[in-house]
Design a protein around this ligand. Structure first.
Ligand code: NDP
Length: 233
């Protein structure tokens, strides 16, 4: 295991890409503050905690803004090199134009769009001293350019708005040395991606890790996939 004194905060760490990322950063010697909604039910994450003293688990529903503030306060002595906004929700599948569920749209926006900015605001002091990185796991379906097939109003709009948040964070914070980046993890075999997806959560997370490790301040404001390739906005 590499020896590192680097610190990661990650959301949605109990399964899928978030769990795979957590494992990779722990293996690389990072200290990881891993957030999930139900720590007592997070079997795989708790198993990692028995192996790594450098893993701390926190209960966090990212739509609970008071809880985000409370967590930031409770971790106020800590500086993070990386904050990974991974938690995400697709919302209803298989609907088309004409029957959008507005309540589900609000819920998806709360998780995919509002929460990352709330976390950036609450944890900004924790990133400042390290000149750390704020990374958002977005999706290429949030790209305007790549949207040639239509549909997917709810999820697409939530990730497009997230990309806009990342771009503004980059414009506002890169002069202070903080990198803001949007990432596309690929089409990944998770509960969200489904069994027919092209790559495993581990392959995606390995790629994302390599991309994040390679970042420099000039990369702030970019939208990259797990192979480091640029995705058009
Ligand atoms: P999963 O559905 O496997 O995992 C989603 C994670 O988000 C879970 O840990 C879930 O926690 C958490 N989450 C959902 N809602 C909340 C909430 N309100 N508060 C806290 N945590 C929450 O998805 P993936 O691992 O595939 O997705 C990870 C990220 O990658 C997401 O942002 C997704 O949009 C993005 N992505 C995924 C793709 C894919 O092909 N899989 C493609 C492009 C982007 P819980 O277990 O409590 O529900």
């Amino acid at each position: 295991m590499a020896n590192s004194s680097k610190y990661l905060l990650i959301t949605g760490a109990n399964r899928g890409i978030g769990l795979a990322l957590t494992q990779i950063y722990l293996d690389a010697g990072w200290h990881v503050d891993a957030c999930c909604r139900q720590p007592f039910e997070a079997t795989d994450l708790n198993a990692l905690a028995t192996q790594y003293e450098s893993l701390s688990i926190h209960a966090l529903d990212v739509t609970d803004h008071a809880a985000i503030d409370a967590l930031a306060q409770s971790l106020s002595g800590k500086q993070f090199d990386l904050i990974l906004n991974n938690a995400g929700y697709y919302g209803p599948k298989g609907y088309g134009f004409g029957n959008t569920d507005m309540d589900e749209w609000r819920k998806v926006l709360e998780i995919n769009t509002l929460a990352p900015l709330k976390i950036a605001e609450a944890f900004y002091p924790h990133l400042l001293a390290t000149k750390g990185t704020f990374a958002a796991v977005s999706s290429k379906v949030g790209s305007m350019t790549e949207n040639t097939s239509g549909g997917g109003y709810i999820y697409r709009s939530s990730k497009a708005a997230l990309n806009s948040v990342v771009k503004s964070l980059s414009n506002d914070l890169s002069s202070q040395g903080i990198i803001a980046i949007a990432l596309h993890p690929g089409w990944v075999q998770t509960e969200m991606g489904g069994p027919n997806a092209l790559i495993s959560a581990d392959e995606s997370a390995q790629g994302l890790y390599a991309v994040l490790e390679s970042l420099e301040i000039k990369d702030s404001g970019r939208f990259l996939n797990y192979q480091g390739q640029e995705i058009p906005w």
